[in-house]
Ligand binder design. Structure first.
Ligand code: ADP
Ligand code: ASP
Ligand code: MG
Length: 417
């Protein structure tokens, strides 16, 4: 007998039929003798609709009320799944974030989980064999007593946090793909499913745009050393052998991975914007005068390139920010124009970042150089580059994203054979 968290994403609970299918997956684990806590997302498309409604009501809305609105999608599915479970004879009840409680920071729309009290859930496993059906994505700030949400994709993080709080043996993430692939299988049909991936590699894949797991869920998994297993919710529950190993990807510590490749996977993100500040006087303090105000405005700067301007005397600084912060970033720089002293501001929003990830890069030289050559052979221009110990990223025109990802996927031997 073990203890499991089972998380189901939006597509897996998209309608009542699929919720019934989820209930049968849960029943399978309960019948096998496990204690089960389920975490659910809102029905697919629902959160987008709620976000739209808040924007429609007012583009400058109160973030606390935004959270009150968008958290409601998960309230619906948690109740519906509890009903579906009861209908097939499984003792179950729904839990909202505030009822558990899942305590978070007060940064509305991207709150961080501070503490989860799993004691009542565990008591009910012991006393009544009751399945806990928990609304993902949401929590409560203990100081203000307001509902918070954890940022898009946040139900993954709810699931791993609950798993840690109730000392689960494993956290299963059921989604619309049967595991983590070398890159998004919807973009590259030749992508290969990974049996295992190290937390470090998964963390980079997620932070560079692979939305299969929210970044913070991977961080939490790593901190608590909680095995996270990504698998498909579309398999028929009745076809799954309770003693077999289902298809899926285990995210685990590096030591548990026997075979290692130099490159593990490729991620990409089109949510980037590039800003170039042209013809700045090249003197100490210039970078601080640009990036200081951006940091104060809470804008994350990612890639930075500095080069000589076309006049040969001054300098150009190019950097990227998340597309959602683009307008604010431009305004912030423009407002500091006299302090910075520059001639022109250029920008581009039709750019994409493609990242190659692999902890094997630590001990291999020349991995990035191969990519630059392969992209040049395809006539893909690189606008900016960043590297770290286990990854490098290139910024390119968005139109070439798919071509670049496929080219690099083949280059590093990741294609399915
Ligand atoms: P859920 O609603 O279940 O949370 P998401 O849509 O958030 O599901 O995440 C699953 C999606 O992530 C897949 O449909 C797939 O298109 C995308 N994805 C991106 N990169 C990868 C990858 N490397 N492996 C698997 N899926 C990926
Ligand atoms: N429903 C939320 C979203 O769409 C949270 C999640 O699905 O993980 O972002
Ligand atoms: Mg998701």
């Amino acid at each position: 007998m073990g203890r499991l968290v089972m998380k189901f994403g939006g597509t897996s609970v998209a309608n009542i039929d699929r919720i019934r299918n989820v209930a049968r997956h849960v029943k399978r684990e309960v019948d096998a003798g496990h204690d089960v806590a389920v975490v659910v997302s809102a029905m697919s498309g629902k959160t987008n609709e709620l976000v739209e409604w808040s924007r429609d009501a007012s583009p400058m809305h109160d973030a606390r009320e935004y959270d009150a609105v968008v958290a409601s999608g998960e309230q619906v599915t948690s109740g519906l799944l509890a009903i579906a479970l009861q209908a097939i004879g499984i003792q179950a009840r729904s839990w909202q974030g505030w009822q558990i409680p899942i305590r978070t920071s007060d940064v509305h729309a991207s709150a961080r989980i501070l503490e989860v009290d799993g004691s009542e859930i565990v008591n009910r496993f012991k006393d009544r064999k009751e399945v806990a059906v928990i609304a993902g994505f949401q929590g409560i700030n203990p100081q203000t007593n307001r509902i918070t949400t954890l940022g898009r994709g946040g139900s993954d993080t709810s699931a791993v946090a609950i798993a840690a709080a109730i000392h689960a043996d494993r956290c299963d993430i059921y989604t619309d793909v049967d595991g983590v692939y070398t890159t998004d299988p919807r973009v590259v049909p030749k992508a290969r499913r990974l049996d295992k991936i190290a937390f470090e590699d998964m963390l980079e894949l997620a932070s560079q745009g692979a939305k299969v797991l929210q970044v913070r869920s991977v961080e939490l998994g790593m901190v608590h050393n909680m095995p996270v297993f990504v698998r498909s919710s579309f398999d028929k529950p009745e076809d799954i052998d309770p003693h077999g190993t289902p298809p899926g990807t285990l995210i685990c510590s590096e030591e548990e991975i026997m075979e290692s490749h130099v490159v593990t996977g490729i991620a990409f993100s089109k949510d980037e914007a590039q800003i170039s500040v042209r013809q700045i006087e090249d003197k100490p303090g210039v970078a601080a005068s640009i990036f200081g105000p951006l940091a104060e405005a809470n804008i994350n700067v990612d890639m930075i390139v500095q080069n000589v301007s076309e006049d040969g005397k001054t300098t150009d600084l190019t950097f990227t920010v998340p597309a959602s912060d683009y307008n604010r970033a431009r305004d912030t720089i423009t407002a500091s124009k006299s302090r910075i002293g520059y001639a022109r501001l250029d920008s581009a929003t039709d750019v994409a970042k493609v990242s190659v990830i692999g902890s094997g890069m630590r001990s291999h030289a020349g991995v990035a150089a191969q990519a630059f050559k392969a992209l040049a052979a395809r006539n893909i221009n690189i606008r900016a580059i960043t590297t770290s110990e286990i990854k490098f990223s290139v910024l390119i025109d968005a139109a070439y994203t798919e071509l670049a990802v496929r080219t690099l996927h083949t280059l590093y031997g990741l294609d399915q054979v």
